[in-house]
Design a protein around this ligand. Structure first.
Ligand code: GLA
Length: 388
């Protein structure tokens, strides 16, 4: 995590010299359960030790926000009452979350904000959810007496993506960022919203991310198309079974999927096939973890990669290449992490293989693509919080 003084010195310099309160929220990893959240399935994320830190203070105006993005050295001022909102994509997260918190009854007025992040952008580690939950946490504290619940802040972050940023995401990222706990992964049932903390200290293994540095951008990407395909399949299954209630693919069986195969077409069929398989894999991973069977966990991770690459088609050449290297090196488990279309692989590696794997991946990737992948050792950290 960054130093508070770093953010504070910029906040003082760019505004009126006064200090505010400082909040932090993390990015996330996800062990397994990809593209299952908006399908009512299970996910298995954890917060990381990297994220976003913001200093915020009410500025006494009715609705003028003065915002400074420290990393970009970019200042944008806007009014919450302006229906169009700011154009800078980073400022839209502030505008969006402020309006969503207002909808929840928080009397948000004008404020100053300066923020910075150390969660890599575009790596599929949810820098955007880190921003949303950090700003929500601050607004809730400054204007709302902390009356908004953690779950409502999760949903406000998700609504910000839907309503102001063009990504019809699920709830995994905002959930992980708000509820994260050091040392624990969380298994979340995205339909009932029940979850449990899972202490994660795999004896003899570690988690490492390899960032392909292929830019991951979900806005305007085929992410929303994937969601539409899943919803289309559900619609067809519902039409065939008017007696049942089918809200998401979570409610659908393999037999029902096969029944609509011809009418939905091969592409949507493959998307749904991945989701049904992934739903089962999350539960299988939980069982394997309970038994300490990390080799089984790894095998399921490889299956997820295969499905994301061939059926869901959200991989890219560089990520498939990283996955192949992992396999060749004997790495226990490896797969694309997050939405896909670039970003990272997450790897479950035996401690004794770690150094050789990283060295081989760097060398081979560099030979092929002219640069090394970035390496992030996973440290599972805490969720959104006020620092001072
Ligand atoms: C992105 C979305 C999440 C989830 C993942 C894929 O990170 O924001 O809601 O759908 O992709 O698992």
């Amino acid at each position: 995590m960054m130093e508070i003084d770093f953010v504070r010195s910029r906040f003082i310099k760019h505004f009126d010299g006064k200090t505010g309160n400082v909040y932090a929220s993390p990015g996330r990893i996800n062990l397994i359960g990809e593209h299952t959240d908006y399908n009512g399935g299970f996910v298995f994320p954890g917060a990381v030790d990297k994220g976003v830190m913001a200093e915020m203070r009410a500025n006494g105006t009715e609705d003028t926000v003065m915002a400074y993005a420290i990393d970009l050295k970019d200042r944008v001022d806007f009014k919450l009452s302006d229906p169009a909102g700011p154009r800078a994509s980073w400022a839209r997260y502030i505008y969006g979350i402020a309006l969503e918190m207002k909808k929840l009854g928080v009397p948000v007025k004008g404020f100053n904000i300066a923020f910075a992040g150390d969660v890599p952008l575009g790596a599929g580690m949810s820098s955007s959810a880190a921003m949303e939950s950090c700003f929500a946490c601050g607004l809730n504290d400054i204007f709302g007496d902390n009356k908004v619940s953690q779950w409502d802040m999760v949903l406000a972050g998700q609504a910000t993506e839907h309503n102001y940023c063009g990504v019809n995401c699920g709830i995994m990222d905002q959930f992980a960022s708000v509820f994260g706990k050091a040392g624990c992964l969380m298994r979340l049932d995205c339909r009932s919203r029940e979850f449990e903390y899972f202490p994660f200290k795999p004896d003899g293994y570690r988690l490492v991310l390899l960032d392909s540095v292929v830019k991951h951008q979900l806005a305007g990407s085929p992410y929303n198309d994937r969601r539409n395909s899943c919803e289309n399949v559900v619609k067809h299954i519902q039409a065939k079974h008017p007696e049942g209630k089918f809200e998401t693919l979570r409610d659908c069986t393999w037999e029902q999927l096969d029944e609509v195969r011809a009418e939905v077409g091969e592409e949507d069929y493959k998307r749904a096939r991945f989701v049904l398989g992934e739903k089962d894999r999350v539960l299988a991973v939980c069982d394997a973890l309970n038994e300490g069977d990390y080799e089984k966990v790894g095998e399921l991770m490889y299956q997820t990669h295969e499905g994301l690459s061939k059926d869901y088609e959200v991989s890219c050449e560089e990520l498939d290449f990283l996955n192949d290297i992992a396999k060749e090196c004997g790495v226990t488990g490896s797969r694309i992490m997050g939405g896909g279309f670039g970003g990272c692989t997450i790897n479950l590696v035996r401690n004794d293989l770690y150094r050789q794997f990283i060295a081989t991946a760097k060398q081979k990737f560099n030979e092929k693509y002219g640069h090394e992948p970035k390496v992030y050792d996973v440290v599972i950290g805490d969720g959104s919080r006020k620092l001072c």
